[in-house]
Write a protein that binds this ligand. Structure first.
Ligand code: 5GP
Ligand code: ZN
Length: 112
């Protein structure tokens, strides 16, 4: 299920352009529009899940797939020496876009 007005659902539908790094039937990954590191991309499910706190046991395989993709996509994006993986959840978790996403940040330090 997708939401009409959700910005990341719109990206998943191709209605908003993105700098894509990966796509399959379930998942799309694209560079963050405001990168916080030399390499910063997001991995999202194509169907709408509001946050990690809204994921259910039915999403377990999908979540596993997304996590499993991280090292492969990080390497392809140029993270040669490690990376940081972040999932912000809810208001107090600093989540700004209410569609589950994994941040992957890397590239040469120094950065935050
Ligand atoms: P959050 O704070 O929800 O964990 O992270 C949301 C991220 O989405 C932010 O890093 C922000 O820069 C990124 N973002 C928001 N809107 C867009 C967009 O339209 N395109 C892309 N590529 N990134 C976006
Ligand atoms: Zn959505």
């Amino acid at each position: 299920m997708q939401l009409e007005d959700c910005i990341f659902c719109k990206i998943a539908r191709g209605e908003i352009p993105c700098n894509k790094v990966y796509e399959d039937d379930d998942v799309i990954a694209f560079h963050d529009i405001h990168p916080q590191a030399p390499i910063h991309f997001l991995i999202i499910p194509k169907h709408h899940i509001t946050s990690l706190a809204h994921a259910t046991s039915e999403d377990a395989v999908l979540l596993g797939k997304m996590i499993n993709l991280v090292p492969t996509l990080a390497k392809q994006a140029g993270c040669d020496n490690g990376f940081r993986t972040v999932i912000n959840t809810g208001h107090d978790g600093g989540q700004e876009v209410p569609h589950l996403h994994i941040h992957v940040l890397g590239g040469p330090r120094p950065w935050k």
